[in-house]
Design a binder for this molecule. Structure first.
Ligand code: COA
Length: 176
């Protein structure tokens, strides 16, 4: 457990994630509604968001995925996940995915608190190489640079924004 001002970051096991799935789904749907490229398209509902979080429960149960949630006075305002690489020759590597902070809670250090805790969880699990990607020129890119991640390069036209327009992705890594 970690506190940063009013924000508390917790690692949620599968049972807790099941109970928090609706709140997590709302944070995900809010990010899509805000135009962020995080896997889903315009019209994505909080209910679909809940289904997404329920879909990762088996991996949480197996221990191949870690999910963190940030709470502001009991209110779930942010989340991030660590996904272990599956190949047997990458036992030391994991991907960071779905870092999300609800628009009402941004610019208060929530994402920074989530990432610092996630890196600590990754290190505790023996992970020494973390990888992620994000749309260049947006808030998250600045955050990762500030947290000491190394930018590898940009893949043009990698994904779509929720409105269907193409966006690039910048690939980052960090050695722990
Ligand atoms: C990216 C995101 C997670 C940042 O969350 P946040 O809680 O607002 O970030 P923090 O308050 O912890 O900011 C930490 C640092 O990141 C950078 N940063 C965050 N938001 C920024 C913005 N809008 N513009 C510029 N820099 C920004 C700053 O360097 C900031 O430090 P500072 O406030 O001391 O200047 C949030 O904007 C979000 O959920 N975006 C949509 C989803 C997304 O893009 N996720 C990443 C997918 S890879």
């Amino acid at each position: 457990m970690q506190n940063r001002g009013m924000v508390e970051v917790r690692r949620l096991e599968a049972d807790e994630t099941r109970r928090a799935a609706a709140a997590l789904g709302e944070v995900l749907a809010d990010a899509v509604a805000g135009g962020d490229s995080i896997g889903f398209m315009d019209g994505f509902s909080a209910e679909e968001g809940r289904a997404f979080y329920e879909s990762v429960l088996p991996e949480l149960e197996r221990g191949t995925r870690v999910l963190l949630a940030a709470y502001d006075g009991g209110d779930l305002v942010g989340t991030v996940q660590l996904v272990h690489a599956w190949p047997p020759n990458q036992p030391h590597r994991a991907d960071v995915t779905k870092l999300l902070v609800h628009r009402r809670a941004r610019r208060r250090g929530v994402a920074r608190a989530l990432m610092e805790r996630l890196e600590a969880e990754a290190a505790a699990e023996g992970k020494t190489v973390l990888v992620l990607d994000t749309v260049p020129g947006r808030a998250a890119e600045r955050l990762y640079e500030r947290l000491g991640w190394t930018r590898v390069g940009v893949i043009p036209g990698f994904a779509l924004d929720p409105d269907g327009s193409e966006c690039d992705t910048a690939v980052f890594y960090k050695r722990l």
